[in-house]
Design a protein around this ligand. Structure first.
Ligand SMILES: NC(=O)c1ccc[n+]([C@@H]2O[C@H](COP(=O)([O-])OP(=O)(O)OC[C@H]3O[C@@H](n4cnc5c(N)ncnc54)[C@H](OP(=O)(O)O)[C@@H]3O)[C@@H](O)[C@H]2O)c1
Length: 335
């Protein structure tokens, strides 16, 4: 028994989400049914896809008005009616934006809190950050030593990890991110070779200086105009990985987004552009990615800064942080 606080969708946002798009509701929770567990949620992963599920139609299941907003999170089991999970177990899963999640035990996964801090299971080891970056760099781009890799959204959860994995694979890595502090962090803390500050610099000119022979791999998190800028500078045989297009998420993406005008560069340069959805990858592929990431994390070969916002009531603000680029590294909300 106890009280759950949850973020429900009050109306569909127009552009950047605001407080009035959501409502905090409180409810007394009842008995836990057979096969279910109750989880005291500690941290939520604030992911770009959350903005897209607030629209009436979306690739991931849309949130209805009055429903609790979708989110992944980590926490501890506080009640269990399932033999596979005990009170005190640390778990992660689709807990939604709330403080007490009551859900079928099979929906969550036990994680080892001795191996890594719980938040790492959303960040370095998380499906929507480290694992996404691994799949994009290793399985889609198949980065080779000596190649020049450009990563957009480079100082975020996925981008920070994608750049580090490409470095591990022997590539030269150029990040694109907004702000001098982000550029400094990527070069000095994460080992990126160079960073273009797209808010202050001419990206096309800087990329030409940094990669005069062209770009072998573009790992794109941003889309829109930036995709064209980089497409114009790809080399023969390049791979353009469409991970996301955060610059386009302020409306209903299912109705179409600003696509690349320079896509013929793919034909001219015998290159390919390929997207992927991490949630559609088979479990073995995800497990392989997480095992590699866990090894690098344990040996100090990768790191991911965590930006933690405080309080469930600041859910809209936290989404605003992501969409205005005020996060460095993985964005989390401590509930
Ligand atoms: N394909 C998949 O399966 C999959 C899975 C997970 C995530 N993703 C994608 O990965 C990308 C990154 O997600 P994340 O959760 O790791 O977020 P994140 O990179 O931690 O945060 C988003 C960053 O994007 C940049 N940004 C925001 N609005 C922008 C705009 N209008 N133009 C340019 N840059 C903008 C900001 O950095 P700056 O300060 O640099 O602007 C911000 O910090 C998203 O596109 C997401 O959809 C894809």
């Amino acid at each position: 028994m106890g009280t759950n606080r949850k973020v429900v969708l009050a109306r569909r946002p127009q552009g950047l989400p605001t407080d009035s798009d959501f409502r905090i509701e409180e409810e007394t929770v009842g008995e836990v049914a057979a096969g279910h567990v109750r989880v005291a949620v500690e941290h939520l992963s604030i992911d770009a896809f959350i903005r897209t599920v607030l629209e009436e139609s979306s690739y991931h299941p849309s949130v209805a008005i009055g429903e609790t907003v979708t989110a992944f999170g980590v926490g501890r089991v506080v009640e269990s009616q399932a033999p596979e999970l005990a009170v005190g177990d640390a778990v992660r899963g689709p807990v939604l934006a709330q403080t007490l999640a009551t859900l079928p035990a099979r929906y969550v996964e036990r994680v080892d809190a001795e191996r890594a801090p719980l938040t790492a299971y959303l960040g370095v080891l998380g499906l929507t950050s480290g694992v996404t970056a691994y799949v994009g760099i290793r399985d889609v781009a198949a980065v080779r030593p000596g190649e020049t890799v450009v990563v957009s959204g480079a100082a975020g959860g996925v981008g920070s990890m994608a750049g580090q994995i490409a470095r591990i694979d022997g590539a030269r890595v150029i990040g694109i991110a907004g702000g001098a502090h982000k550029a400094k962090h990527l070069v000095e803390e994460l080992g990126f070779d160079a960073v273009v500050d797209y808010k202050r610099e001419d990206v096309a000119a800087r990329l030409r200086e940094l990669a005069p022979e062209g770009i072998d791999v573009f790992f794109d998190n941003v889309g829109g105009e930036l995709l064209d800028v980089v497409l114009d500078q790809i080399r023969v045989g390049a791979r353009v990985v469409i991970c996301g297009a955060i610059s386009q998420y302020d409306g209903d993406v299912s109705k179409g987004v600003r696509g690349p005008a320079l896509y013929l560069r793919l034909a001219e340069r015998n290159a390919r552009m390929e997207g992927f959805a991490v949630n559609a990858c088979p479990p073995e592929q995800l497990a392989k990615a997480e095992a590699a990431l866990a090894g690098w994390l344990a040996r100090g070969e990768v790191r991911l800064h965590e930006h933690v916002e405080q309080g469930l009531e600041h859910f809209a603000d936290a989404l605003g942080v992501l969409f205005t680029g005020r996060n460095l590294g993985k964005l989390l909300l401590a509930v």
